[in-house]
Write a protein that binds this ligand. Structure first.
Ligand SMILES: Nc1nc2c(ncn2[C@@H]2O[C@H](COP(=O)(O)OP(=O)(O)OP(=O)(O)O)[C@@H](O)[C@H]2O)c(=O)[nH]1
Ligand SMILES: [Mg+2]
Ligand SMILES: [Zn+2]
Length: 318
């Protein structure tokens, strides 16, 4: 007889989920292979164990137990296989995790408005390479590309060099051109979308997930701001097993932990020439008997990319 008063039975079997959003000390956890999305907080002992690093980050795989009222407890954070991080505000040493466990990264720069900063892209790529996160490049706002007098589109002039080593997707969230190709490239993976502010990362997500458009609109009218600017990483589902993480616009990713002598390996264009230099510790800057320098002279390595390597290697990067 008490049926009416008894809440539906909660399945208290711990299950695996992915942290899709952070709200202060609370984390939205999406069930893997299921439909539950619960607000979870870490159990007390977990807090003590992991004090040294970010306790829980968006993208973390976690084991949770469901409690009352759509809440849950995070029992365990599974080991991170990769992280994308940046220096925390006002600190050179403390890193802030942007996203845990990305399967791949999509670095977006606009062809115009804002004008692209290729050295920044190069730093993003080095970071992804150093963490073995496969990287793709998205060139956005190609509807603004009027091309030069020579008829070559600005997007190709600016980013053509990267096509040798990376998948470069040229697209416009406004016209929809190139968006389908990106959607396909993001299937069955967790893709972290990163890049400077205003390049159209959220607009791309809206173009891929039309239902999202409304969500973003609601957020922006609720805060009274004209434009929604992303303030923390958030994961969206674009299909079974296909997840995209939108991230706030950023100027820098953490370059700590990338020793200068490893930089050459993180430029795919240089890799075929490594290991055959006259000096074992060759920096490929002015040393004799250096196949990298020969390749640069022959035009086999794009000059811009080589100069970017030298700037990072010598600490002269802006
Ligand atoms: N012309 C043109 N404008 C675009 C396109 N995509 C986005 N925009 C505009 O660019 C501005 C920034 O877009 P957002 O999607 O908010 O950029 P974001 O990269 O998410 O910016 P943050 O959240 O601040 O990092 C908005 O005014 C968009 O309308 C595009 O394909 N073409
Ligand atoms: Mg955004
Ligand atoms: Zn060399």
């Amino acid at each position: 007889m008490s049926d009416v008063l008894t809440p539906p039975e909660i399945d208290r079997t711990p299950f695996e989920g992915v942290v899709v959003r952070a709200h202060g000390k609370w984390f939205a956890v999406q069930e893997i292979g299921g439909s539950r999305q619960l607000l979870a907080s870490p159990r007390g002992t977990l807090k003590r164990v992991r004090q040294a690093t970010d306790l829980v980050a968006v993208g973390d795989r976690v084991i949770v137990t469901e409690l009352e009222d759509n809440e849950a407890r995070i029992e365990e954070v599974l080991p991170r296989k990769s992280v994308l991080e940046r220096p925390a505000r006002g600190s050179q040493t403390v890193q802030q995790i942007i996203l845990a466990n990305p399967d791949q990264a999509l670095f977006i720069f606009a062809v115009h408005n804002p004008e692209p900063h290729r050295r920044m892209l190069d730093r993003f790529l080095v970071l992804a390479e150093s963490q073995s996160i496969p990287a793709m490049i998205g060139v956005s706002k190609i509807d603004l590309d009027r091309g030069g007098d020579d008829g070559i589109p600005d997007s190709r002039r600016l980013f053509g060099d990267y096509e040798r080593s990376y998948r470069v997707h040229y697209f416009s969230a406004r016209t929809g051109e190139g968006v389908e190709g990106l959607r396909v490239a993001m299937q069955d993976r967790l893709t972290v979308v990163a890049g400077p502010s205003g390049v159209g990362k959220s607009s791309l997500l809206n173009a891929i997930i039309p239902e999202l458009d409304q969500q973003v609109q609601q957020v922006s009218s609720a805060t009274g701001k004209g434009r929604h600017t992303t303030t923390s990483a958030e994961i969206f589902r674009i299909g079974p097993g296909s997840l995209i993480a939108d991230t706030p616009g950023m100027r820098a990713l953490a370059m700590h932990g990338v020793p200068p002598e490893d930089l050459d390996r993180h430029y795919p264009e240089l890799r075929p020439y490594l290991g055959r230099c006259f000096y074992a510790d060759c920096r490929h800057i002015s040393e004799p008997g250096c196949p990298v320098l020969e390749a640069v002279a022959e035009g086999a390595i794009p000059l811009e990319r080589y100069e970017s390597y030298v700037a990072l290697r010598t600490g002269a990067s802006d």
